[in-house]
Write a protein that binds this ligand. Structure first.
Ligand code: MD3
Ligand code: FE
Length: 211
């Protein structure tokens, strides 16, 4: 039996847990995400106002899902194209929240980001959640990503680390409003997925604290 994975503090409140999920758990979570995508197909989010498409495709599970279109960013209870409620959060993802979030309440949203080689996510803050006291828990599956993070202003210096399949990140406290993004995916670094690419799950609390 291996013990719990070591936790590396990258910045106050920003904790990297390499290998939180072992290979068997990664395979089970991958299969569960395939079921989520069957029920809630990947969609292409668009930038508010301009309508520029993201290079990352997305879907969600849990009571609420994050969507973005010409009218803005928001959380909503249904898929933007099928209008069906989001499927449930897979048990293994919920278990990761329970192990890592140190928060009394369950996650309300699980955003699934699907990166093909060449997809990226520009430096941004996550501030569409009313409850900024809860952490975000991220799980990576598939090809390694170059993850960049900085401070709470866009001009603060940044650093980058690689996020590998099975890694978790816990983002809370002073890092909850840190700028961050994905510079690139490194194709061929994992055998978990049938096609090159990466899946990222982010588990979040969305509503007012205590609500
Ligand atoms: C640091 N996703 O969905 S996850 C996002 O890998 C997002 O798909 C990236 O940024 C991805 O919004 C990074 C790690 C992460 C998530 C939320 C954060 C890092 C964060 C919020 C604040 C600071
Ligand atoms: Fe983000």
């Amino acid at each position: 039996m291996s013990g719990p994975a070591p936790r590396l503090t990258l910045a106050p409140g920003l904790v990297h847990v390499p290998g939180h999920l072992d290979r068997a758990a990664q395979e089970r979570l991958r299969d569960a995400i395939r079921e989520v995508v069957r029920a809630a197909p990947l969609f292409v989010p668009r930038m508010p106002r301009t309508g520029t498409p993201f290079s990352v495709r997305m879907t969600n599970c849990g009571p609420l899902g994050w969507v973005s279109d010409e009218t803005g960013y928001r959380y909503q209870a249904t898929h933007p194209e099928t209008h069906a409620p989001w499927p449930e959060i897979p048990e293994l993802a919920r278990a990761a929240w329970d192990a890592l979030a140190d928060h009394p309440d369950p996650p309300q949203a699980c955003l699934v980001n699907w990166y093909e080689p060449g997809a990226r996510m520009g430096l941004h803050q996550d501030r569409d959640e009313a409850d900024l006291s809860a952490p975000v828990v991220s799980l990576s599956l598939g090809d390694t990503a170059v993850f960049r993070y900085g401070g709470t202003t866009r001009k603060a210096p940044t650093r980058s680390i690689r996020l590998e399949s099975g890694d978790a990140l816990v983002i809370g406290g002073p890092s909850r409003l840190a700028f961050h993004g994905i510079d690139r995916i490194l194709p061929g670094t994992s055998t978990l997925l049938t096609a090159p690419g990466r899946i990222n799950l982010t588990l979040r609390r969305v509503g007012e604290p205590g609500g």
